[in-house]
Design a protein around this ligand. Sequence first.
Ligand code: NDP
Ligand code: HSE
Length: 447
Amino acid sequence: MTDHGKPSSPQYNPGKGEGSPVGIALLGHGTVGAQVLRLMQEYSDELEHRIGGPLEVKGVAVRNMEKHRDSVPAELLTDDAFGLINRDDVDIVVEVIGGIDYPRELVLAALKAGKSVVTANKALVAAHYQELGDASDESNVDLYFEAAVAAAIPVVGPLRRSLAGDRIKSVMGIVNGTTNFILDGMDSTGADYDEMLAEATRLGYAEADPTADVEGYDAASKAAILASIAFHTPVYASDVHREGITNISPEDIKAARAAGYVIKLLAICERFNNEEGQEVVAARVHPTLVPRSHPLASVSKSFNAIFVEAEAAGRLMFYGNGAGGAPTASAVLGDIVGAARNKVHGGRAPGQSTYANLPIADFGEVYTRYHVDMSVEDRIGVLAEIAKIFTNHGISLRTVRQHQGEDHARLILVTHSAREKDLEDVVEELKQLEAVRGIESVIRLEE
Ligand code: NDP
Ligand code: HSE
């Protein structure tokens, strides 16, 4: 250490000094990139005051230059992203391209060249969390990714900074705008799934391949990032149990409505002690029934909401715009300002923290609740046969409702919290029971 308490490492970043320009390379000029460029231009005077030096865009890299000739000044437009990154006058690289392999090469090249990186790319961060964090640590530069989770909602920053002194127990909520937009439309207006998906794509909410949204991959990436930061443990998208919304039918939505619930795609990240008493972490994404009185039930359109539960802070809720060009650009700009301040004044943003390195639980170890809707024979003893299966697996029933059909009964059971593995086994046994004509739906439930 020096006399001033600063590390004596040659890598310590003393800053370029007040008034120095900060060079930006913008990689991507699509839904998000175009808004980032617009806001950097529109707010340039204010941003200069906030940073302590002007932001100077050195280039905008795209795939097809022809598409962008009218909207990007000719002297900035390039299709040579690596050339742009490696310019001496570029201090910060902003990656808003999407995908995994190609942006990984770009981001690693940038970090290795000593450039700070701001990215909105959750797929990339969730696939290469540790590698990217290590590369930024080695070069002593910043890696920011606020926009990668829930677009405009500040949640990565609060978890990394404001809650860094607390112990997070769980993080859960709605983290995908496209699926919330679809489910909300189907629930509130009876809209058609395909129409809502087309509209979400038109509005710029959906990923380039919307399968990522509707099959839960996007939410799983965000869950992995949230769990990694919250539990100081590397959690990858492949560690997250994932189910999308493509199996949710209009009938499921109507039945949920009739029973006082709404279906939401939830991401749930938690730490708990497993049966061996070992502390583990788990992250999962699946359609979930939420009571209409629950705050998450009123999260409409493409909005997102995230609950954090911490030991000392208690419960916190983050709510806002979860997708779209301008809301995402707001988060990207916030990160650019943070990285630029450090380039001007010196110092570094909080680096990656994975010291806890907790084991990842199997999905079967997680505790959930089930809402099971089935058609059964309408005769004496059926309910007792069904209840016995639950009892044999140590699962207690919370509510039982029955509706009369013409030649059958519709039975709707809600369980108390139980191990996912036991619940799965129960459903398999129910399917084999002669008295059960069909399982209409099995949806997990949160209250
Ligand atoms: P778009 O598809 O709208 O834009 C992608 C941009 O990247 C385009 O300008 C495209 O160029 C450019 N690009 C693609 N391939 C290359 C390449 N090989 N070299 C250089 N440029 C390339 O995506 P979005 O703006 O919607 O998303 C960008 C990122 O932001 C993604 O990681 C996404 O997950 C994330 N994000 C998006 C949100 C949203 O609401 N849209 C919200 C939060 C995060 P060209 O135009 O020439 O094809
Ligand atoms: N496709 C994503 C969503 C964009 O719908 O939430 C925001 O990350």
